[in-house]
Every structure is written in C-alpha cells, then in structure tokens.
Design a protein around this ligand. Structure first.
Ligand code: 5GP
Ligand code: ZN
Length: 113
C-alpha cells in the first residue's frame, strides 16, 4: 500500500493523528469527520494513498468499488438506517482540502440538497 508521509489521512491510518474509527479492515478505514456537516458524517478512505478520483488507476478503482460495497452496512450500523449521501469532492472548485481520496458519508437526518 502506498503511503505519503505528508498526508493527513495517511497519518490517521497510521494512528499518528487520533481519530474516531468506526470501521477498519486491511483495505479501508472509516472514521468520523472532525467538522460534521450532517448529524452523521463519516469519511471512508482506502489505505492506499492516492490523491484524486480523476487520477485513479484500475487497481485504485477496485478499491473504490470495494469501499462502495462495504459502505451500506457501515452506514446502517452508524445511524443511517433511512439513507445517506455519498460525496467525493474532486479538486479545488469542489472544495477538496485533503488530497487523499475520501468518500464522505452523510446522513442520520433528512438532508437538504
Ligand atoms: P474535503 O473538503 O477534502 O472533501 O474533505 C476533507 C474533510 O476532512 C473535511 O470534511 C474535514 O472536516 C475533514 N478533516 C480535516 N481534518 C481532519 C482531521 O484531522 N480529522 C478528521 N476526523 N477529519 C478531518
Ligand atoms: Zn494519504
């Protein structure tokens, strides 16, 4: 798995920065967003460091697919029984601030659009 020493989310994976983890396996980690934008706001990351959705290769796409298959159960177990929204911010105009690909999982309440 590729790691980047300067990456905030790689540091969270390594436990160098604390986080509230809700799910972890050999390929992915899910933890609570530090500044939640909904009642439930989780971040799902692959343990392989890559920056952008637009730059992913086939292997990284498999990791995203893997995360998408795991998220329904994780969301359900964390207060999103009635649905949730998955968001990926791609690049500056979308407001991406952390350049380690992550999926936002938002729910736990009725979301506005
Ligand atoms: P982006 O804007 O890149 O799509 O999302 C980055 C997210 O990471 C933001 O929602 C922000 O609140 C969250 N975040 C930034 N720093 C930390 C941190 O140190 N710990 C946790 N748990 N979340 C963080
Ligand atoms: Zn990283």
């Amino acid at each position: 798995m590729t790691k980047n020493d300067d990456c905030l989310f790689c540091k969270i994976i390594d436990g160098k920065i604390p986080s509230t983890k809700v799910y972890e396996d050999e390929k992915m980690l899910v933890f609570k967003d530090i500044e939640p934008k909904a009642k439930v706001h989780l971040l799902a990351i692959a343990k392989d460091h890559f920056k952008l959705l637009s730059e992913m290769d086939g292997q990284q796409a498999e990791l995203v697919k893997y995360m998408l298959t795991k998220i329904p159960q994780i969301a359900k177990e964390n207060g999103c029984e009635n649905g949730y929204r998955i968001v990926i911010n791609q690049g500056a105009d979308a407001g991406q601030t952390v350049f380690h690909l992550h999926l936002h999982i938002l729910g736990g309440e009725q979301l506005g659009w």
